[in-house]
Design a protein around this ligand. Structure first.
Ligand code: AHM
Ligand code: MG
Length: 346
């Protein structure tokens, strides 16, 4: 049996404690919240692993605010997160992809708690029933006015992404991974089911500056605008010096595609198209947390023109185009979208 280097054993709780120590005024709320969150993720991971045995696959009878059919596992993950996160008294409100409106937490605590959380309980819904990687995406904000006695409002939930106090995701894949950042790099943990702990497996992950991988749903090619079509055509055109043609990889779970992009580099793209003029992904609980992770690893995240983290959302379920990954690749894509790439002028 391979030996574990005992001097390197770091659990997620050790790591979160160390992060908290970087903030001298910390009250312990952040630690409490992250512990509640990782508990929810362990519960969801357990049930995802048993999907098929536990009557949790398939559709419910309802559709969500986006008009999409809700799967049983989507709803179950949403319920687990809400129940687990509401108990600790650290949160005053939350918002989820599966709830139309923001949810106020526990009347007794809502005035005191200073954090709000937003999440996509199970990203990659179309992959649930076919055993392909799915995940949970989250981000955490401090209330705009942490001292107020007033109830939280939607403004506390729809803050621009640069204000995130922490962000990350869990990935239910060949193993369960938890990735998070508080603005001091990106750290990855792997769940060891034999001891019930997330163990640190990669600290300060860095994304390559450029890499020959692209990830998008090319079935929508005819709905894209000209600049974007030209960029994807260009990626496929052989050119040894720039590493083209790029390799195509598309899972269809943004969280999984972006995790692969984080580790291997390259570019993930879900642009606007004629059917989804604002893109498909939701800025508050999908694009912002994933953008913070990619930026913290040294990459870039944009909507094709603007940095994702500087966009001020106006609604909880607002959508955005999302282009992110290796810095040089994202810059090149943006040039194509502006019609400014040298190869477009030939
Ligand atoms: P979901 O949150 O309901 O699962 O929808 C978002 C998902 C993303 O994970 C994924 O990148 C995208 O939808 C896939 O969309 P498409 O099938 O149009 O390629
Ligand atoms: Mg999603």
């Amino acid at each position: 049996m391979p030996q574990l280097n005992v001097s390197k054993i770091t659990t997620i709780s050790h790591h979160i404690d160390a992060e908290q120590a970087l903030h001298p005024k910390a009250t312990g709320d952040f630690t409490g919240l992250m512990n509640d969150l990782t508990l929810a993720i362990r519960i969801i991971a357990r049930d995802v692993r048993r999907a098929g045995l536990n009557d949790i696959l398939g559709l419910t009878k309802s559709t969500n605010v986006h008009g999409e059919q809700v799967r049983k596992l989507d709803l179950y993950a949403n319920d687990v997160l809400k129940a687990t996160l509401s108990k600790g008294g650290h949160l005053c409100a939350l918002a989820s992809e599966e709830d139309d409106e923001m949810v106020l937490i526990d009347v007794a605590n809502k005035k005191k708690a200073k954090y709000v959380i937003v999440f996509d309980p199970l990203d990659g819904s179309s992959n649930i029933d076919v055993n392909v990687t799915i995940g949970t995406i989250f981000s955490l904000y401090k209330r705009i006015d942490a001292q107020t006695d007033e109830c939280p409002t939607e403004a506390d939930i729809i803050q621009p992404g640069y204000k995130q106090a922490a962000a990350g995701y869990a990935l239910y894949g060949s193993s369960t991974i938890f990735a998070y950042t508080t603005g001091h790099g990106v750290h990855l943990f792997t769940f060891d089911p034999t001891i019930g702990e997330f163990m640190l497996t990669k600290e300060n992950v860095r994304i390559p500056q450029k890499a020959p991988y692209y990830s998008c749903n090319e079935g929508y090619y005819n709905r894209w605008d000209e600049g974007f079509k030209q960029y994807v055509d260009y990626l496929k055109m052989p050119d040894e010096d720039s590493g083209r043609p790029y390799t195509s990889r598309y899972i269809g779970s943004a969280v999984a595609d972006i995790h692969r992009t984080l580790l291997k580099g390259g570019i993930y793209m879900y642009p606007a198209d004629t059917k989804s003029p604002n893109g498909k992904l939701r800025i508050v609980y999908e694009a912002n947390p994933l953008a913070m992770i990619i930026e913290q690893a040294g990459g870039r995240a944009s909507d094709g023109k603007n940095r994702i983290l500087e966009i001020k959302p106006e609604k909880i379920h607002q959508r955005t185009p999302l282009i992110l990954g290796s810095k040089e690749d994202v810059f090149e894509c943006e040039m194509f979208m502006r019609g400014e790439h040298p190869s477009q002028k030939k």
